[in-house]
Design a protein around this ligand. Structure first.
Ligand SMILES: [Zn+2]
Length: 123
């Protein structure tokens, strides 16, 4: 096992990779064709949900799941079939549905505001 170090580029602790960097930074640098400036910035981690915040998809996986849900939600399938298709439970399906309703609501409000602005009416 490689020794643990504090990375010279990001100050995170991890297994040694090379040039004073931890393995993940070293690998990122190599994957980016060894730029002179050192490892390129990390991809930002998705912000976790804070307590009390309404549910939203977190990260690329969450976004793919909600996109898939939105695709099949309009097909008239039973909730059981949607659960089965997505491999998630009822609670998750309810969250997806509530999230999409919220998005639609926000979009309607934005559109309403835009058309008010076009008409020159103060919002
Ligand atoms: Zn680093």
């Amino acid at each position: 096992m490689s020794r643990m170090i504090v990375c010279a580029c990001c100050k995170r602790v991890g297994p040694y990779g090379g040039y004073g960097w931890i393995r993940s930074c070293y690998d990122r640098w190599r994957a980016a064709d060894r730029p002179d400036g050192g490892p390129p910035p990390q991809r930002r981690k998705p912000e976790p949900l804070s307590p009390g915040e309404p549910w939203r998809p977190v990260g690329p996986h969450g976004e793919r799941m909600i996109a898939r849900y939105a695709e099949i939600a309009g097909l008239g399938w039973s909730r059981e079939r949607i659960s089965f298709e997505l491999g998630v439970g009822d609670r998750t399906i309810f969250r997806y549905a509530a999230y999409l309703r919220r998005l639609e609501q926000e979009q309607r409000e934005e559109q309403a505001q835009e058309s008010r602005q076009e008409l020159g009416v103060a919002a």
